[in-house]
Ligand binder design. Structure first.
Ligand code: FAD
Length: 446
């Protein structure tokens, strides 16, 4: 039987283990942390993620989707909270389309169960990868509890050990002509758990992603299954309205009371919970090649991105789809599979990063700009009327399987068209849904 080693039993590693087991490989997964299924994880200690169409496809292909559906909460749109507590609802897509809130710990634990149920996958915990012989498929490990060192050889090695991948850092980066860049953005994030009401009910509509946009910073909230919400405050590390100004309980209390009054009403003890979760940073990591010898990088290890499009996990799951499709085409010819995988997938790794950065700037700088909002309104109207001619960028990324690289390119073209058309009308505010505007867009599309 062919053997494979996966480094990291995170979201991508545990899903990829299911694929490989199904394909008849004997799989060993080495995970640095203890078994999260046995560890005491209180709700909210684990952040939740938005799962969308690409992720579902990868889960459904190996029959995992239905298990995850049981713990997924649909979010059909975003609800914006302004300073006065007024709410504005924006659907994400067409009727029936939704993204899904899933708990990172929950989905990870379910996939670990499924990977092990297939019989050919075994997860070893507290085993930290310290090095890899890329060409010979040897993974060097150190037990985090007793310091014992070991080495495991297999036919294939998959590095799914996340944004700060040890495989990439300790082995790939030592290769000649390996390209690598790591860029932190100015913002960090801190999570906050908004508890359920005493009767277990939700304090906000659970079927929406809640956003409190405040220009240079924002708070978001996604529902958990137990009635609570995991909220995340994204904000610069430094400057006015930054994490460096929120260093005392009084400052945190004052800030939330003034900036997120309706949130503060639901959680007046926010300052007490402030230190429960650490302040974390956000980076984009680009590298190439993604494969060498018997080893391939997958998920964040290959293309870590910032979370502003909610696509990091979805993209990692799509890596599994692509690798799987290549296995169908090339059988056991892994040289060919790895060559094709990185050739095909690298532009989309770059694509998802470009899209995420683009959305970071949109959310930061444009979301409150009336011109930008008008542009989105015209686009939505036009796309509803001519769905075969115009799919909004958000839908291309979230509700389709169009390659990320193509979606990014198409999005830029659409943006240029809209800007050109809007500039043709002095009275665009009053004529945004007129036939003349429609015809001008149609003319640009020809
Ligand atoms: C704030 C935030 C919000 C996000 N929201 C979304 C979202 O809404 N939707 C979305 O699609 N994505 C989202 N993402 C991105 C998503 O979390 C990642 O893309 C996803 O977790 C990547 O999965 P992975 O398996 O590649 O890496 P990880 O989930 O990081 O898993 C890596 C695993 O490897 C293990 N490991 C690390 N080093 C070693 C080692 N040396 N030896 C052995 N094991 C090791 C780790 O313990 C971990 O279990 C978000 C990210 C952040 C930070």
């Amino acid at each position: 039987m062919k053997t494979a080693t996966i480094v990291g039993a995170g979201l991508v590693g545990s899903l990829w283990a299911v694929y490989l087991s199904k394909a008849g490989y004997q799989v060993k997964i080495f995970e640095r942390r203890p078994d999260i299924r046995k560890a005491e994880i209180s709700a909210g200690k684990s952040i939740n993620l938005a799962l969308s169409t690409r992720g579902w496809k990868a889960l459904d292909a190996v029959g995992v989707g239905d298990e995850i559906r049981k713990i997924a909460i649909p979010m059909t749109g975003r609800i914006m909270h302004d300073l006065e507590g007024n709410l504005t609802y924006q659907p994400y897509g067409k009727e029936g389309q939704a993204i899904y809130s899933v708990s990172r710990g929950g989905i990870n634990a379910k996939m670990m169960d499924i990977a092990e149920e297939y019989g050919n996958a075994k997860i070893f915990y507290n085993e930290k990868c310290v090095d890899v012989d890329l060409e010979n498929g040897i993974v060097y490990l150190e037990n985090t509890e007793n310091g014992e060192k070991s080495a495991v050889q297999s036919d294939l090695v998959f590095a799914a050990d996340g944004a700060f991948s040890a495989v990439r850092y300790n082995a790939m980066q030592k290769l000649d002509r390996f390209n690598y860049s790591q860029n932190y953005i100015e913002d960090g994030y801190r999570e906050i758990l908004l508890p359920a009401n005493t009767d277990g009910s939700y304090k906000l509509d659970k079927n929406a992603l809640h956003i409190w946009p405040r220009g240079r910073f924002m708070l978001i909230a996604l529902a958990n299954e137990d009635g609570s919400f995991t909220c995340t405050l994204f904000m610069p590390f430094e400057g006015e309205n930054s994490f460096e100004t929120l260093t005392s309980k009084e400052a945190v209390d004052r800030f939330f009371k003034k900036t997120f009054p309706d949130f503060y009403d639901m959680m007046p003890d926010i300052a007490d919970a402030w230190e429960d979760h650490p302040l974390s940073s956000l980076a984009i990591v680009r590298c190439y090649p993604w494969t060498h010898g018997k080893t391939a990088l997958m998920g964040d290890a290959a293309h870590a991105t910032v979370p502003f499009y909610g696509q990091g996990m979805n993209c990692g799951f799509e890596d599994c789809t692509v690798m799987w499709e290549l296995m169908q085409q090339h059988g056991d010819d892994w040289d060919q599979i790895f060559r094709e995988y990185q050739r095909l997938r690298k532009p989309d790794g770059d694509g998802v990063q470009d899209l995420s950065l683009h959305n970071y700037h949109v959310m930061r700088d444009y979301v409150a700009d009336p011109k930008f909002l008008l542009q989105k309104k015209i686009e939505a109207h036009f796309s509803e009327k001519y769905p075969d001619k115009w799919m909004p960028l958000y839908s291309q990324v979230t509700f389709s399987h169009i390659r990320y690289s193509e979606a990014f390119k198409k999005g830029q073209e659409q943006d240029a068209i809209m800007k050109k058309v809007m500039a043709q009308f002095d009275d665009i505010e009053s004529r945004w849904n007129s036939e003349a505007v429609e015809n001008a867009i149609l003319a640009e599309l020809k």
